[in-house]
Design a protein around this ligand. Sequence first.
Ligand code: AMP
Length: 189
Amino acid sequence: MRLIMMGPPGAGKGTQADIVCSDKSIPHISTGDIFRANVTQGTALGIEAKRYMDAGEYVPDGVTNAMVRDRLAQADCANGFLLDGYPRTIEQVGELDSMLAAQGAGIDAVVELTVDIDEVVQRLVKRAADQGRADDTEEVIRRRLEVFAEQTAPLTSLYASRGILTQVSGMGDVADVTARIHAVLNSSA
Ligand code: AMP
C-alpha cells in the first residue's frame, strides 16, 4: 500500500502514521523526522534545512524532493510506504507523481486528518514543552499554520479530484482517530 497522511501541523499525523505503518508493515517516511535527524547529526542537509524549519517555512522543494527520491529508492519501499508530511506543495505532488510513474506505481489512498485550529495550537504548545522542538514556539507555530493554509491546503482538492482522498476527523482520543483511519483504509484496500 502506498499512502499519504496529510493534515496541519499538530493534527497527530506522526502518531497515527506510526500505528498504520506497524499494522500494514510498511515504512513510515516522515520528511520532518528525516530533516530533524540530519539537524541532530549536523549534516550539510541538516544545516540548510534548519534555517527554514526554525522560521516555520518550508525547506525548498529541490532539497526536499531529492531527499524523498533517495528514500523511496531504498529496498524497503518496494512494496509500499506511508508518506507523512510530504508532499506539501503542488510542485512536490508533481515530483512524487513522476517518481512513482517511473516505478509503474501510484498512491492508493490519501488520508487527511482534520482538526480544530485551537486544539492544534494547544497540542503544539504542549509538544514544544515535552520535546523541546525549536520550531514549536508560538510565533513559529502561527507561521507554520499560515504556510500550511497557503501551500498545502490546496493539495486536498487536487487529491480529492483524483478520487483517492478521505478526510478523517483527528479530534478526540488517539484510539478513536486510529479506528476511523482503519475503517477508511480497510474499506479501500
Ligand atoms: P513536520 O515534522 O512534518 O511538521 O516538519 C517539520 C518541518 O520540516 C516543517 O515545518 C518544514 O520546515 C520541514 N518540512 C517537512 N516536510 C517538508 C516538506 N514536504 N516540504 C518542505 N519542508 C518540509
